[in-house]
Write a new protein. Structure first.
Length: 255
């Protein structure tokens, strides 16, 4: 197409017909509306603060400024967070750059090993491999457009209208292949569990975690805590070290 670079492949996420393009366009065009709403919230908050100041004998003007400014700032945070939640889906951030630091923060000091960006021979590449006292997990990242719901009905997971197993076939295959390789190379009877870190979509669970069909889905900030709560195995520090060294030798680094 005219105007495109012959050296850089085009990305349909930034094209004029992609959902990401329409989302960004709507976000930019809605800026004035968001600012008007924030102004009204701030004015309403200031009026409430003035009433509080008069009611309780405080400096009503200062109280009004604090309450009004706080209300407007909260509205800004809510809007910013909603937009930032779509960053991976929009291609502005990589899911592994969000989940990886959260995993290391929540697990490294508790005896876990976290490895990023590895290729499982004969299967798909994986974003994160976690090896710890209570088991081994592969954590992958996926992003969905705003308005997508992840839910569980019976024992089945649904991503919008798609089955969970159909969305995570490569991830489940990678866990099976890696478990076989680790058992063969180390002699340890270990299994590997798949976890999908969800970006953009809403998980219909108060805990932010759902499990079904052998797959667990969770918000990135919930994954480390969920892993720590599991009791699938009991591995000694020596076994953890053996599994980590074996995985580092077997799995090629991707990023």
């Amino acid at each position: 197409m005219p105007g495109e670079s012959i050296y850089v492949p085009s990305d349909e996420r930034f094209g004029g017909s992609s959902p990401q393009y329409y989302y960004e366009t709507a976000w930019v065009s809605g800026r004035k509306k968001r600012l008007r709403k924030r102004l009204l919230i701030g004015v309403a908050g200031m009026a409430f603060g003035i009433w509080l100041g008069i009611r309780f004998g405080l400096d009503f003007f200062l109280t009004g400024l604090v309450v009004g400014g706080g209300a407007a700032f909260i509205d800004f945070l809510v809007a910013w967070r909603a937009h930032e939640r779509t960053a991976v889906w929009r291609g502005k951030r990589r899911g592994q750059d969000i989940t990886g630091p959260l995993l290391r923060l929540g697990l490294n000091r508790r005896g876990y090993r976290v490895m990023d960006g590895r290729a499982v021979p004969g299967a798909a590449s994986i974003d994160h491999l976690v090896i710890g006292p209570n088991g081994v997990w592969i954590v992958d990242n996926e992003a969905w457009e705003p308005g997508t719901y992840v839910a569980k009905y019976g024992e089945r997971l649904f991503f919008g209208e798609k089955y969970g197993t159909s969305m995570a076939k490569d991830l489940i295959k990678a866990t099976t292949s890696l478990a076989e390789m680790l058992r063969e190379q180390t002699g340890l009877d270990v299994s590997v569990a798949p976890v999908l870190a969800v970006h953009g979509a809403k998980i219909e669970s108060r805990s932010g975690v759902l499990s079904g069909e052998g797959l667990t889905v969770a918000y990135p900030r919930k994954v480390a805590r969920w892993i720590r709560s599991q009791s699938d195995a009991t591995l000694t520090p020596e076994q953890i070290d053996l599994l980590a060294r074996t995985a580092a030798l077997m799995l090629r680094r991707m990023f």
